[in-house]
Design a protein around this ligand. Structure first.
Ligand SMILES: [Zn+2]
Ligand SMILES: [Zn+2]
Length: 166
């Protein structure tokens, strides 16, 4: 199962995450609880044994790299908790306690998830979902990033199919 998780992570095209607190490569794990919907899905946690931080991230979701703060460290991602127009908006900030004051709104970039394989398709097609919009598309590419790039360039796969039929 672990090997499958590694494969899913590689196929997602994302970069190995670094936990913002320790600036260490995060540890890849797999959901082992068969009762859970996400059984078998890879995820990342802090790799520090003592004083591990709360870093947590799905391993098969493609997301661009985080910016570096003025210390040159990988930023933390936080959510605005205060009431107001920016509530729940995500932003990046300095991971250190003595913050350098770095602040940047997170661009609403896509979070694309591989949601499985299209059954009975030949050639094999993978199914993807853009988490923000709930939009789904299919691609023959198993790498999430490549599939998304292709989707952006050519639009919906169904449009492509139409062209083939003409
Ligand atoms: Zn950590
Ligand atoms: Zn900093």
């Amino acid at each position: 199962m672990y090997t499958r998780a590694v494969a899913a992570f590689r196929a997602s095209g994302s970069i190995h995450p670094v936990c913002p607190t320790h600036q260490k490569f995060a540890k890849l794990c797999v959901v082992k609880d068969t009762m859970k919907d996400n059984y078998g899905r890879p995820f990342f946690v802090c790799s520090e044994r003592r004083n591990s931080c709360k870093f947590w991230q799905w391993g098969d979701v493609f997301e661009g790299p985080r910016p570096l703060c003025q210390h040159g460290m990988v930023c933390c991602e936080r959510k605005v908790k205060k009431d107001g127009p920016n509530q729940n908006r995500l932003f990046y900030c300095c991971p250190k306690d003595d913050s350098c004051g770095f602040f940047e709104w997170k661009q609403q970039g896509p979070r694309v998830t591989n949601t499985g394989i299209v059954l009975f398709s030949n050639p094999l097609q993978y199914q993807y979902m853009i988490e923000e919009t709930g939009e789904t598309f299919n691609s023959s590419k198993s790498n999430t990033k490549e599939a998304y790039d292709e989707f952006r360039r050519f639009g919906l796969t169904s449009e492509l199919d139409k062209i083939d039929l003409l």
